[in-house]
Structure formats: C-alpha cells, structure tokens
Write a protein that binds this ligand. Structure first.
Ligand code: SAM
Length: 292
C-alpha cells in the first residue's frame, strides 16, 4: 500500500463523511477490505505502464488499490454524483494519476474518451459492477466492430453463476449466449470467489472475479450477425434450431444447410465454430457481407 493511500481516510469514514448510503438502484455493494481490493487490483495487472479504465469506482476502494499497486493512470467512470467529491480527494492524493468522468458507462464511447485524454498503449479494464450492467458492458466490449479491441484485458466481478456461464462448454446447462460471445473472441479465466460478507451491504450471492483477454485470432465474422444469431438461438433454447431461428427472417433450411448444421439440434448443442458458420451462412442468405 503506497504512502498516498495512507494520507486518505479509511473507506468507512469516507462513506460516512459523504453520506454514501448504498443505493440499490445503482447496484451499490462496496468493497472495503483492503486485502481484497489489492488482490483484485493485482489481478488486473500488469499495472506499470498501464492505463486502467475503471467502471463504477463508487467511494474509491478498488481505485485506491489500483493506484497504490502502481497503475500508471486510472480513468474512472461513475454515474453517482455523490461519489465525485471523495474521488476528487483520491485524485489529489495520487498526484493527478486519477481522472474521473461522470457518466453512464453503457453510453460511453471508450476509444473517443481515450483519444480525448491522449491515452494510447496498454489499456486494461477493471470493474466491480452491478450484475446487469456488467453483463451488458461485457456484450458491448465483445461485439466491437474492430478487433483486436482497444483493451488488453478485462478484470470484472460477476455473480458466480454468471461467471460460470462465461466458461461453460456446449451441451451443459450453463452454456448460453454469453459463453459463445466470450469464447469466440476471448479467453476467460475464473480467478477467485468473494463471499457476500466481503461487501457492504452484502449481496445475496457469491461473486467471482474473472479475467478476460481478447484473442487476436478470433474468427472473422460480423459481430452484429453473431449477436443476432445467438440471440435468436438462445432466445428459445429449448426449441430445435429449425424453429428458433425462424425469427431471423431468412429461409431457415438454407441457413442451416449453408452452415452444415442439423435442423433438429438445439442452441446449446452448437460450439463456437458452428455459430461462426451460422453467422456466415446468415450473411450469405441475407445477401450481406461476410466478415468485417
Ligand atoms: N468499485 C466500488 C467498490 O468496489 O466498492 C463500487 C462498486 S458498486 C458494486 C458499483 C458501482 O458502479 C457504484 O458506485 C455505482 O454507482 C456504479 N455504477 C452503476 N451503474 C453504472 C453505470 N452504468 N455507469 C457507471 N457507473 C455505474
């Protein structure tokens, strides 16, 4: 822990002084245990020479750990205005290595933000986010038009059952849309669990820290088509593909035969390569372009 952090009050005092009562609507479950924040910060590394984009810094526990563990720079996006004053104190204590942006992370154009701030090179994401926002952001970050993306790694907290979906294999109950999108373009590793008591207030579920690294060799296929195909297939996961894919509005038999897939299979039976083949066949059937 660096000297700069010692100059700041403990997180419990920060929360009290700024009356940061946790808001359920913003999914606020704060991490106050410095051993845990340091462990997550290290998991997001290497931090030297890296700019960390932190989403949802809240009172600044993980932010302080990232800075104290040596992140060259942290850019933090927070939508709760109440957190801006305590985060400004963190920025002062760490000599300007922290930049705070107020806003909704779902609406932010990260490459534009990074360009505006003159950031290039190693950018990594770290976040402890509410479950629904974390999942929506992950889908956004996996379906970017340009690949490899602007980030080197994502270190994110999910509720354990969502984390397990990211690494689930075909024909298992946890295998779903997220599994396909993650495994298509990235490699995900589940690092460690955090019990509910690690948070204030405690959530009702166990959380898991996950590290996701983009694959440079991800199969070239339009991410919008992968998004549509997986949404249609898993939207009705109990149905056979010849039925569930009808919502795509192209002749289903041609779509499936173009990809060499049996019409009686279900969404969970297809591996990532089969989804890539389906997305390419979808492009052909709808007269669109294959690839990016
Ligand atoms: N990082 C802090 C920690 O670990 O103690 C806070 C974590 S708390 C689970 C989630 C944080 O994300 C809150 O501060 C909340 O205000 C913020 N948040 C929620 N939705 C957001 C969004 N769409 N964009 C940016 N921040 C968001």
């Amino acid at each position: 822990m660096s000297g700069a952090d010692h100059a700041l009050p403990p997180l419990r005092e920060v929360i009290k002084a700024h009356d940061l009562r946790a808001k359920k609507s913003l999914g606020q479950n704060f991490l106050l245990d410095l051993n845990l924040t340091a462990k997550i910060a290290r998991a997001a590394g290497p931090l030297d020479n890296a700019t960390i984009l932190e989403v949802g810094p809240g009172p600044g526990g993980l932010t302080r750990a990232l800075l104290a563990e040596g992140a060259a720079r942290v850019i933090a996006i927070e939508m709760d205005r109440r957190c801006l004053a305590p985060l400004a104190d963190v920025a002062r204590a760490f000599g300007g290595r922290l930049r705070v942006e107020e806003g909704d992370a779902l609406a932010i154009d990260e490459p534009l933000l990074l360009a505006r701030l003159g950031v290039s090179g190693d950018v990594r994401v770290a976040a402890n986010l509410p479950y629904n926002v974390g999942t929506a952001l992950l889908v956004k970050w996996l379906t970017l038009p340009h690949w490899p993306p602007w980030y080197q790694s994502l270190t994110l907290m999910f509720q354990r059952e969502v984390a397990e979906r990211l690494v689930a294999l075909p024909s298992t109950p946890a295998y779903g849309r997220l599994s396909v999108l993650v495994q298509w373009r990235a490699q995900a590793r589940l690092l460690f669990n955090l019990p509910p008591e690690a948070f204030t207030p405690p959530p009702s579920v166990t959380s898991t820290v996950v590290r996701i690294e983009p694959r440079a060799d991800a199969a070239l296929v339009d991410p919008a088509l992968m998004g549509k195909i997986t949404a249609a297939a898993f939207g009705q996961r109990r149905k056979m593909l010849r039925q569930s894919l009808k919502t795509l509005g192209v002749p289903v038999e041609a779509l499936l035969s173009g990809a060499g897939i049996e019409p009686t299979l279900r969404a969970e039976n297809l591996d990532v390569a089969a989804y890539v083949a389906l997305a390419r066949s979808f492009a052909a059937c709808s007269g669109g372009e294959i690839g990016q």
